[in-house]
Design a protein around this ligand. Sequence first.
Ligand code: PFF
Length: 461
Amino acid sequence: MSLALTQTKSYPAWSSRWVFIMAATGSAVGLGNIWKFPYITGENGGGAFVLVYLVCILLLGIPVMVAEVLLGRRGRQSPINTMRELTRAAGLHGFWNHLGWLGVVAGLLILSFYSVIAGWALAYIPEMGRGTFQGAGVAESQAFFDALLADKTRLVAWQSLFMLMTVGVVACGVVKGLGVAVRILMPLLFVLLLAMLIFAYRHGDFSAAAAFLFRPDFTALTGRSVLEALGHSFFTLSLGMGSIMAYGAYMPAGASIGKTVLMVAFLDTLVALMAGMAIFPIVFANPGLNPGAGPELLFVSLPVAFGAMPGGLLVGMVFFILVTIAAWSSAISLIEPGVAWLIEKRGFNRFTANISLGFIAWALGLGTVLSFNDWADFTLGGFTFFGAIDFLTSRIMLPLTGLLIAIFVGWVMPKMMVKSELSGDNSRFYPLWLWVLRYICPLAIGAVLLLGLYDTFTAAG
Ligand code: PFF
């Protein structure tokens, strides 16, 4: 039996490793960095959580990301078909096919709430322009946010607009448009975050924020927060979902996977830490703001800062435009694996595949919209609808798929296949990477999953 893959379709390879870096960074950098990282850090007590998160990125996220890119480049198809081809070519058990499925389902579930939150960012753009936050204090900012969340019609309108934007780009094809957008807009986001950081340094309580983020207090750490740190390290790097696998399919042969992945992980982590250091100084300088406020943290605290800055309304408007764009390039990568599969396997065209999946994610997203108003008191095991989808995806599905990918590449896939994909990499790191993937990743992810689930459900029950 031949281990070489038959390519069912010739894939367009991206012109260079840099295009892959930009697209993968576009997928990785999103609401997870700017919105989610600060708020879950606040909820989990700060420094110790950040430390665990950084360890998870380094020890688990990066090795699994290398494995995912490698799988994608080897298969050169949608994640589901890549897994199917690889298992068939290597004569492996059909069980491994399901990895691709898990990813596509997780992508739709994540997209369902992702589009609602991105809708909030969209809603803030005209408000900034209109001057709603000019000189606003914490109470006004909070009141605005509460009113937005209570208004289902507005939430659905913004969510729908964001979903149309996502479906629109994917319908036009990912490779061309996305490359350009990411090359220009990501650096702009970076510069703006830097400006926010300087503002926070001059006007906020920078040292309190630095102590909160970087001085670990391990008493604040529970099994549940360790699981959250692990899940978030996968979420923020877009792992365990097929997105990175799908993008890996476009990566030129022979380019170094290790170096590329390190670059993406570094940029992603940098943006998250910058967002944290832009938000928390403002939170600590305003007694009315609470670091553990939850999902509203970004949306209530930053507008206060914009309202107080000279030229802040314009800066604020640009900021929320960039947050929307960062979310947009991530949302595209959430839907792309499913779309690629429907086209390849089910004979859909790009347009209908997109519309169908976009509609499913949109309809599910209505549950998230309602969980902030009508269904706010309706909880299951302590979770609202949004909380449950977030928990199911970030804390169960992504780590579980990551675990299976580590086992598949580390133990099951023929070593010859693995090694040949890494031929562009420094061979000194190969044994170390393989060892971490084979032993550390499965054990650590498995242990954290079990411990975290136990902790979560005993605490809830
Ligand atoms: N990494 C994105 C973020 O941090 O916002 C979210 C995401 C995108 C998760 C794509 C998973 C994915 F496949």
